[in-house]
Design a protein around this ligand. Sequence first.
Ligand SMILES: [Zn+2]
Ligand SMILES: [Zn+2]
Length: 368
Amino acid sequence: MESVLAAVRVAPRTTVIREFPMPDIAPDCALLKMEVAGICGTDVKLYGEPPSSAPVIMGHENIGYIAKAGSEFTRRKGFREGDLVFLEHYVSCGQCDWCHQGQYRHCESTDWRYNPNAIRYGYTPSDVAPHLWGGFAQFVYLPWNAVLHHVPKGVTPELAGLATPMSNGIEWSLFEGGVGYDSTVLIQGPGQQGLSQTVICRQAGASLIIVTGTSRDRARLEVAKALGADRVIDVNQEDPLARVKEITGGKGVDVVLDCTAGAGTAPILLGVEALKRRGGTMVAQGEMALFPDFPIGRLTVKAITIKSARGHSFRACELALQQLASKRFPLEKVTTHRFGLHDVDLAIRSVGGEGVPDVIHASLMPWQ
Ligand SMILES: [Zn+2]
Ligand SMILES: [Zn+2]
């Protein structure tokens, strides 16, 4: 019997290569041959502190070719063998209001935090048949309710690997933050997520984009400038609030986007003060479970709206893929590193700032 190689997280910061049986593909299902799995900050978190002890094939930002497609799968969904696709990590119920709106991220069937039967690529344990629920593998199983997008012609699998951060960029900055023509924006954190927001804000017509980082982010801040940031701030060298005030002539910014990792309460506190006098919007990740001494008074006095940075909608993915196809920005400065299946551990640690230096976006290529 044919088998499939996969990198499996078996404990915190521990990966082993395992073989799984090639799944049978029913008429309403398909099989994805993986090309690129993007690695992001969420992988760093899930690798260090797994939500359970069950074995998991990680990899939730997946690009590949349809290797096998059942006749019903093709008839219903319009995807056929040989198509290059971007697979959303949400496996939808296909029936609820959220699914009909293309907001699979909000569907109860994808909610791994509260629904023990939720299916989500990169999260669902590999002991759940037919096992291939993550992109750090040669093949991924596609049930009838997998959510796929066609990758436009001219977009390579590696470039398409940016579809997830770019779609988050569209969702968070445009749809949640309302960034548009003449907006002034503070983007905190110059990782792949903050850089994607930079591109989207530029494309949307923002008149001022400020990107912050630490002294370790020097190379990333240079990339931010190349992608359209007007100003960058090293928060270890300068007082970021004073700089934002200076750059904006004391006004503050319209929108703050939090794309930091492991920075605690500081980005939110800076955001509250860096926003304009009245009516700004902050899109927050909320990494901490609690926020002691949260300045709720400042929030209400300034009439600030806080929105939640949580994944992306179907529409955001489609727009992200179009953005990638436009080749308008030098995104090859973002896709900095490639790793093979046997280097999953090194790849995740490198995205987390250990291992290989200066990684912005890591492409895991399971056939290398
Ligand atoms: Zn991710
Ligand atoms: Zn649903």
